[in-house]
Design a binder for this molecule. Sequence first.
Ligand code: T6T
Length: 323
Amino acid sequence: MRNLVTSCALVAALAGASVAQAQDDITITLVPGLTTDAFYITMNRGAQAAADALGITVDFQGAEEFDPVLQTPVLDAVIARGPDAILIAPTDSTQMIEPLRRAHENGIPIITVDTFIDDGQYQDGAGDGDFPMSYIASDNVGGGRMAARFMADAIGGEGKVYVSNVRPGISTTDQREEGFKAEMAANYPDIEVLDTQYNENDASLAASQFQAVMARNPDIKGVFGANLFSALGAGNGVDSANMADDVTVIAFDAPKSIVDNISSGLVDAAIAQHPAEIGYFGVMAAYAVLTGQSVPVSIGTGFTVINADNVGDENIAKFIYSE
Ligand code: T6T
């Protein structure tokens, strides 16, 4: 009996050693929407935590702007290096299909994080971009609906508001706007949603757009900034116009700068995504694919709403994005 136990332990130890060896060789590349955005920096933190837990390597390779023209050559260079899997936040739901097909045709499993390609419903036999294994992200339509409810409450259910957004074609921000408008149309008939202002992910442009909208609509009541730079810019625009007491800003995303603007009263609420969770489960899903497990075709991650009531709570600190 003792010998059997000993030999079982030995077999287990050897098996463990060979798994550890194989894990040492696994490299997953995370391609963010852009490298300098606190959202993706935080996602990488979660990805590294999963890599450490698994004993594998995750590297982070991206462009400096959120732009499919810049993301494509980065992706091509990643494909040429041949990682075991790619996690990517595609910067355009249509334009990134063909570049990602090249990775797929090279036998590299793909998981999209944050944003999706095509319709985001993968592995269902429909659409040109059906090949990624999984999509791990916030519920962006639901988040847009949440933003609309916070906005409506803050402005007393009536008045003019608009969405400050990046550009059409980005799955996440398109869905946030869709959810925001759907919630307003369904439940708040006295709120008028003005034309969306597209800022190309440029906070300075988002700030000057607020001034222009206010010049045309002096009775403007609120702005929904549909991502970090849109929200930061909208807040700065409201601040420069000295309108913080009259205009509600609801932010998507929660870098320190936006959280500081909640403390100062400039931003009313921030819908913090959980980017570290997206990165962590992205790596876990890729590892599952690489080790022959099946994976969910989509994994939804959560939100934490930060406002004046909870901004000082110690439990909130972990949801503020890393920079
Ligand atoms: O809002 C995030 C991300 O979810 C979106 O896809 C692009 O913008 C951010 O990275 C924030 O800048």
